[in-house]
Design a protein around this ligand. Structure first.
Ligand SMILES: Nc1ncnc2c1ncn2[C@@H]1O[C@H](COP(=O)(O)OP(=O)(O)OP(=O)(O)O)[C@@H](O)[C@H]1O
Length: 598
């Protein structure tokens, strides 16, 4: 039994308290199918989220089987299913893959047989078996809703909350979905609460809850709705609601609700007697002595069951591997993303090699012995200077170009990685996904991209414009390229986790990359007052400086003749870039833990 006692959800608006849900009191027994209806903005979704625990109630209390949920802890993620308004499946995956991923993330199964059995059962229940290998992107609206339901049913939730799962469907699909929800409420005593705009098919529900401005205006049998509101047609209920204030509707309901609740009880008894409702245990009925003995026996047997038979959330590693393999599958299925990534990895290094000729040029040596005349002496110095400028600016420019292009790749890698799928992530988190497993899968996926991009950039460019480093110079250069790409990828991932939308995250990440070049000081020296403030945050400077520091002395001298920015010690560059990686990951960790379900 789900019980709400004077539950309110209050927000602050212009300094005033506003009750979006106001003193809602209802009882919903096991195996009950209830519609939550009411005009747009009356608080239906807010009430559903309050029941789900997504909006903590500001007053009142919620009970599940007599257990106070706010005091004794929420329902286990496997016990509750929430089907939101938005799609919770990835377009490139098939129906079967989506349900499989949902099962692997929510349910700890003993073996593949159990996993397959669970997936097959859920596909069967929701009528998706015939289209199990179809990609989500080609599904109809009704099929997508069924998939959303299937992905929730994998854990056999005792409480299924559905938010507008029939909106936008044609009348036939709508009826099919309502019928499906009705059937789901008839199994294992599952409670199904469905928020809907539609006043069609109300006869399929056991009870209708009418909300008006967050208050209960009616909660009774569907066939008494018109009678209560004194209307001929259900469509007239909403206009009728507008004829008086919600306070009046609420107090009127409190006065008259007795007979309607009795009717609900009678309907339920009839249903149970006719065998239309299968209830494994009916806690709200006082059991006979014999039933009590049976229940005790059941409890004992439950205790003796091996742990594996209970629905338990999978561990960190199982969730991590499921998410990682799903991420790679989406990556390879999404042709656009794959093509863009390959084009970037292959073409960006080609751009850098355009400057190879000057970078490969020789720098003449000054003679040890002085020339016999001053004119020859000056000519020789000028030639050396010319070589230094030509080679120095090309070598420094190539390094900076590599660094900037890798920063650009970094923002492309991760700016949308979390923000672009935030609703799905929040939904999966609600279903028991560990944020650490999610973050670890993202880091592993991105680390592979960073490795491929940075190594290819270093090796390809080195083929045409060999890095002119001393002993171990090229290896150091590779490390700095890896670090700048890794650092910027981590920072953009942090931004992605903290921002509310993918657009905000992309924009901020692009600005961040755009400012790297001018603020690095590699092109134009910055005023020292600004340099001191900005430098610690400019990854491009530290990677460029570290790589330049790994050049052989003669080339390093040449670079110094064309720049007026100081070169930092390599150790300092490594530590600073390491700090950028760590800061980005910490931001991502904070962002993934934060609750961002609108
Ligand atoms: N976190 C929030 N902060 C401020 N206002 C909110 C918040 N959540 C909901 N609201 C407001 O509360 C009201 C009820 O919203 P809710 O989404 O519950 O309505 P609804 O009945 O489900 O509407 P619809 O049928 O149009 O989906 C709306 O006016 C909405 O703008």
């Amino acid at each position: 039994m789900l019980e709400l006692k004077e539950v309110s959800f209050t927000i602050k608006k212009d300094g005033e308290d506003v009750n979006l849900v106001d003193k809602v009191s209802i009882n919903v027994p096991r195996g009950h199918f209830m519609a939550i209806v009411g005009p747009s903005g009356c608080g239906k979704t807010t009430l559903l989220k309050t029941i789900a625990g997504l909006n903590p109630e500001s007053a009142g209390a919620l009970f599940w089987e007599g257990r106070n949920l706010s005091e004794e802890g929420d329902l286990d993620p496997s016990e509750i299913g929430y089907v939101p308004q938005f799609s919770i499946a990835y377009d490139p995956l098939t129906v079967d893959e989506s349900v499989e991923a949902a099962t692997r993330l929510r349910v700890r199964t003993r073996d593949t047989e159990e996993l397959d059995g669970r997936i097959d059962r859920v596909l069967e229940e929701t009528g998706l078996t015939a289209i199990a290998d179809r990609q989500v992107k080609v599904l109809s609206g009704g099929q997508k809703r069924r998939l959303g339901l299937a992905m929730e049913l994998v854990s056999d939730p005792k409480l299924l909350l559905c938010d507008e799962v029939t909106s936008g469907l044609d009348p036939r699909s709508e009826r099919e979905i309502v019928r499906l929800l009705h059937d789901l409420s008839r199994r294992e005593g599952r409670i199904v609460l469905s928020v809907t705009h539609s006043l069609a098919h109300l006869e399929l529900y056991d009870s209708i809850l009418v909300l008006h401005e967050g208050r209960v205006a009616y909660h009774g049998p569907p066939d008494q709705l018109n009678h209560y509101f004194s209307v001929h047609d259900t469509e007239e209920v909403y206009p009728k609601l507008a004829t008086q204030t919600s306070e009046r509707w609420q107090s009127s309901w409190m006065k008259h609700r007795g007979p309607y609740y009795s009717k609900l009880d009678r309907n339920r008894t009839k249903l149970v007697d006719s065998g239309g409702l299968h209830l494994p245990v009916v806690p709200e009925l006082v059991p006979t002595a014999e039933e009590e003995r049976d229940q005790e026996k059941d409890k004992e047997q439950e205790k003796e069951k091996p742990q594996g038979e209970k629905i338990r959330t999978p561990g960190f590693f199982a969730q991590f591997t499921t998410l990682l393999s799903r991420r790679w599958r989406i990556f390879f299925r999404d042709r656009g993303q794959l093509f863009l990534q390959l084009a970037i990895i292959l073409c960006f290094p080609v751009l850098v090699t355009l400057f190879k000729d000057n970078a490969n040029g020789q720098i003449a040596n000054l003679s040890d012995t002085r020339k016999t005349n001053i004119e020859a002496d000056i000519r020789e110095s000028a030639t050396v200077k010319q070589d230094q400028v030509k080679v120095g600016s090309a070598v420094s420019g190539i390094i900076m170009f590599q660094v900037i292009l890798l920063s650009l790749m970094a923002s492309n890698n991760s700016a949308r990685e979390i923000a672009g799928e935030r609703p799905i992530f929040e939904k999966e988190k609600f279903g028991g996904l560990r944020p650490t497993a999610y973050l670890a899968s993202k880091i592993t996926f991105l680390a592979c991209l960073v490795l491929a991009q940075s190594l290819w950039m270093a090796v390809f460019v080195n083929l045409f414009a060999p890095f002119r480093g001393g002993a171990g110079g090229f290896e150091s250069h590779i490390i700095f390229l890896l670090l700048v790409n890794g650092g910027m990828t981590a920072i953009c991932l942090g931004i992605s986790a903290l921002m509310r939308t993918a657009e905000q995250a992309s924009l901020l990440s692009i600005y961040l990359v755009g400012f790297q070049l001018p603020l690095s000081g590699a092109v134009l020296a910055l005023p020292s007052s600004i340099e001191g403030i900005t430098r610690p945050f400019i990854s491009a400077y530290w990677a460029w400086s570290g790589s330049v520091g790994a050049l052989e002395p003669k080339v390093l001298e040449a670079v110094k003749t064309v720049i007026s920015t100081s070169i930092s010690a390599q150790q300092t560059c490594i530590y600073t870039l390491g700090f950028h990686v760590a800061a980005g990951l910490i931001a991502a960790w904070i962002g993934t833990r934060r609750h961002q379900w609108d």
